[in-house]
Design a protein around this ligand. Structure first.
Ligand SMILES: [Zn+2]
Length: 348
């Protein structure tokens, strides 16, 4: 079990959400941490429950029904809640994501369309625009890479495009545990072991022009951020744009490049492996969508429960119950901690 209370294995997940009723209980706890309140007559108290329809609660006073899935991606669904929960779990935890075909097979769903629609709705929650700028107190590595060029069985990427990427270099504070993403820590130079990748931004671009990179920086990076780049002249304007530009002249020296820009190189290499291995190459018109999906999962890898809830369309600011609390039935909403900065989902 993950210290943050999120199931890390399939058996654990199965134990936390064994039935549709368990999923319904989870939704109910998120919405009414203390006690059910009827939306219609505002009466508080224990509602009527129906074994055959766990997603519905009925007020004992006015007999109005309240749907637990209202306002979520599961609204008006005929698919059992447990199937949705599995889908969101697999999308959240599997680095390569989940295809509709895989999902249909794994859950034993009769219709492909059901699997496809679930995946489609969950994925829609991943492609939200990146509103927040990254960087600020954290230095950022900025670079671009060529993606594509290979054709596999006629279905691969036929042309190369640029992916411009930026990633935060975060410093681990003393005693701070980084549970996931161990592979993203820089381990070579001993004194830099406390550095790890923070949030990432990726943009597919058809060219490598200074103006493209400048636009990318302007819309993604907080003004004043220290930006590490290679010595390419296309970055020369960053200083006059209000950034603390830290270029290094690499002259094709790849060791030097990796030492100066280790994290963004790692991100590029991971995403290329992911694209090649999982999707067998993707067409350029879908590449930005895949980059968005990658970004979503990457930026939330320390917050899997947030990611899980966010995919299901559950309240983003809601603090989910811990595994222990949920499993034992003793979970109480930590309302007093609502303002805790740690839980404010910094990786939006
Ligand atoms: Zn009522």
């Amino acid at each position: 079990m993950d210290p943050r209370g999120f199931p890390t294995t399939l058996p654990e997940f199965q134990r936390v959400f064994p039935t549709d009723q368990a999923c319904a209980t989870y939704l109910e706890k998120l919405r009414w941490p203390d006690q059910f309140v009827c939306a219609k007559c505002k009466q508080m108290g224990e509602p009527y429950r129906f074994a055959a329809r766990p997603q519905v609660l009925r007020c004992r006073a006015c007999r109005a029904d309240t749907s637990l899935t209202r306002g979520t991606v599961m609204d008006h669904t005929h698919t059992p809640l447990s199937v949705w929960f599995w889908a969101a779990y697999l999308q959240t935890t599997q680095t390569p994501g989940e295809s509709a075909t895989q999902f249909q097979r794994q859950l034993g769903l009769t219709r492909y369309e059901t699997a496809y629609q679930i995946m489609h709705k969950l994925r829609a929650g991943m492609v939200r625009p990146n509103r927040d700028e990254i960087g600020g107190e954290h230095a950022v590595e900025l670079d671009e890479t060529l993606v594509g060029g290979k054709t596999k069985g006629g279905a691969g990427v036929h042309h190369k495009v640029y992916v411009i990427g930026a990633v935060e270099c975060r410093q681990r504070k003393a005693g701070e545990a980084i549970a996931d993403g161990a592979e993203l820590r820089e381990t070579r130079p001993k004194h830099r072991r406390a550095t790890y990748a923070g949030r990432v931004r990726l943009l597919v671009a058809s060219d490598r022009q200074a103006s493209t990179c400048e636009d990318f920086a302007r819309s993604n990076l907080v003004r004043g951020t220290v930006i590490k780049t290679d010595g390419w002249q296309g970055y020369n304007a960053l200083g006059s744009m209000g950034y603390a530009h830290a270029p290094v002249v690499l002259r094709g020296d790849s060791d030097l490049a990796d030492a100066h820009l280790p994290l963004i190189h790692l991100v590029f290499s991971l995403i290329k492996t992911w694209l090649a291995g999982t999707h067998h190459g993707v067409s350029i018109k879908h590449l930005q969508a895949y980059c968005n999906e990658y970004t979503f999962r990457f930026n939330r890898r320390f917050y899997p429960m947030t990611s899980f809830n966010s995919l299901l369309g559950l309240g983003a600011k809601t603090i989910p119950p811990t595994y222990e609390g949920l499993y034992s039935g003793g979970w109480h909403h930590p309302a007093a901690q609502r303002q805790s900065p740690q839980l404010e989902m910094p990786f939006q």
